[in-house]
Structures are given as structure tokens and as C-alpha cells.
Design a protein around this ligand. Structure first.
Ligand code: ZN
Length: 73
């Protein structure tokens, strides 16, 4: 299985979904309600890179892939 890796330190990336409320960072704009950030992050403490892919409105709108299909932990 292929896993996405950090382009800086080559550590496998992990998925993170966290509420920031910063819907103004999206093309949907301020007031759109897209406050949950979907990101890939590197948990190497010496690196800590974060790559935000986009935002969703509700945490329940996102479902991770089955374990055998996942490309991030
Ligand atoms: Zn890294």
C-alpha cells in the first residue's frame, strides 16, 4: 500500500480534521460555514509540516476510506 509522505522529511503523513471556523479562508467565503479544516500533517516533532487541502461544513460530512484503501494514517 502506498502512503503519502512528507515532502520535507519523508515521514508518512496523517489526516487531521479540526474546527478552525476560518471559513473566510475558502473560496466559499466568510459566512459560508465551511469551518472544518481537512489537512495532512507530519507528526515528526522536528518538522511539523501541515498541508491543508480544504474545508468541510460538518465533521459528519467526511468519511475516511476503509483501512485497506487509505493513503494516510
Ligand atoms: Zn515532515
Amino acid at each position: 500500500m502506498q502512503m503519502l509522505k512528507c515532502p520535507i522529511c519523508n515521514n508518512p503523513l496523517k489526516l487531521d480534521i479540526a474546527y478552525s471556523g476560518c471559513d473566510w479562508d475558502t473560496i466559499k467565503g466568510q459566512g459560508s460555514g465551511y469551518g472544518w479544516e481537512v489537512s495532512l500533517f507530519c507528526d515528526n516533532s522536528k518538522c511539523g509540516s501541515l498541508f491543508t487541502i480544504g474545508h468541510i461544513k460538518n465533521l459528519c460530512d467526511f468519511s475516511e476510506l476503509k483501512p485497506e484503501l487509505k493513503c494516510v494514517n
